[in-house]
Every structure is written in structure tokens, then in C-alpha cells.
Design a protein around this ligand. Structure first.
Ligand SMILES: C[S@@+](CC[C@H](N)C(=O)[O-])C[C@H]1O[C@@H](n2cnc3c(N)ncnc32)[C@H](O)[C@@H]1O
Length: 178
């Protein structure tokens, strides 16, 4: 699987750099706003969000990624109150109910034909008053409609954040359940 060798070779080390900082900060700001006790981070990579997060009011954090190399890298950092597990989002149904679920630059890797099913599975693990946070690079063609036009979701916040390094930007949305 390409992500394993890419994490092994350091291809994704760049996510921890200054260029991408703003999108983690926006997610962190949403966490401060909604104050979740439990957080599920899907497609968590090697734990850059945990390194960037200043929000500390949670009691549990589960990071899930199908690249076991990245999961091991995250586990080795011993982030407080955080566990990391290897699962493929195509076959993953949360075992617990979470106050916040995060899809941080992960949803576009799910094939279009699987997105509705995978999103429904994910939402089965979201508390009825919970918040789904989604970050997508630039325009996110064929992705945002799954959130913005979803009758089960209501958009609570939507921000466009610009890198301070170049002209890259990300869109970060927060959704409650209807
Ligand atoms: C661009 S990286 C983002 C990593 C992390 N969310 C961050 O922003 O620092 C995309 C991540 O999604 C993961 N991913 C892609 N498809 C996945 C799937 N089907 N199941 C689980 N993880 C997946 C990759 O392994 C990779 O770690």
C-alpha cells in the first residue's frame, strides 16, 4: 500500500511544516469552540494534529489510519490521552460514540462510489449532538457535496484558510447532525 512506503520514506513529513500549519490551527479552533470530551480522527497519519493541538479538554482521542507505518509513528510519540489503531475506512465502523469526528485531508482518498456508505458508517459513531470536522485541500472537487448537500448534516461553520508560505489554501467545515 503506497502510504506505508511513503510514510517510511518521509514523503509526509512535510505535513508537520509551516506550510500546512493553518489547517491544523483551524481544526484546533473548532475543538476549542465545541469542547469535545471524545475525539475520533480518521486518516490521522502520524499524529501531526496531536502535535499541533492546543485543545486539551478531551478525555479520549482515537486516531485511525490504514497505513500501519504512520500508526506506529503516532504511537511512538506517546501523545497524552491518545490511542492509534490501524483500520481501513472502507471497512471501519466506530465501536464507540464520539463528540467530534475529524476527517482531516482523508475523505478524498475514498472512491466516489464508496463515499456515501463510508460517511454513513462514520456518522454512526457521532454523538447526536456531536460535530463532524472536515478539512479538504483547495476546492475539493466532488467531495464537499457529501457534506453540504447531505440532509443528515447542518453546516455550523465553514472557513477558508490560507497558507502563510505560498498560495495554497484549505477549506475546513464543521457539521452537526440534523
Ligand atoms: C494527506 S494524509 C493526512 C494525514 C493527517 N490527517 C494529517 O492531516 O496530518 C492522508 C491520510 O489518509 C490516510 N488514508 C487514506 N485512505 C485511507 C483509508 N481508506 N483508510 C484509512 N486511512 C486512509 C492515509 O494513510 C494518510 O495517512
Amino acid at each position: 500500500m503506497k502510504f506505508n512506503s511513503q510514510y517510511f520514506r518521509g514523503k509526509w513529513d512535510k505535513l508537520g511544516g509551516e506550510k500546512e500549519r493553518v489547517r491544523y490551527e483551524q481544526i484546533d479552533s473548532f475543538l476549542h469552540r465545541w469542547q469535545p470530551k471524545s475525539i475520533l480522527d480518521l486518516g490521522c497519519g502520524d499524529g501531526v494534529l496531536n502535535r499541533r493541538m492546543t485543545y486539551d479538554g478531551f478525555t479520549s482521542f482515537l486516531g485511525v489510519d490504514y497505513a500501519e507505518v504512520s500508526v506506529k509513528m503516532a504511537q511512538k510519540q506517546h501523545f497524552p490521552k491518545a490511542d492509534f489503531e490501524t483500520h481501513d475506512l472502507l471497512h471501519f465502523t466506530p465501536k464507540d460514540i464520539y463528540d467530534v469526528i475529524i476527517l482531516n485531508e482523508a475523505f478524498y482518498y475514498i472512491h466516489d462510489s464508496e463515499r456515501t456508505r463510508v460517511l454513513n458508517n462514520i456518522l454512526s459513531g457521532l454523538h447526536e449532538n456531536g460535530i463532524l470536522i472536515v478539512s479538504i485541500f483547495r476546492e475539493g472537487a466532488t467531495c464537499w457535496e457529501y457534506f453540504k448537500e447531505n440532509p443528515k448534516l447542518k453546516e455550523e461553520a465553514f472557513e477558508v484558510v490560507h497558507s502563510t508560505v505560498d498560495d495554497t489554501y484549505w477549506k475546513v467545515g464543521a457539521y452537526s447532525q440534523v
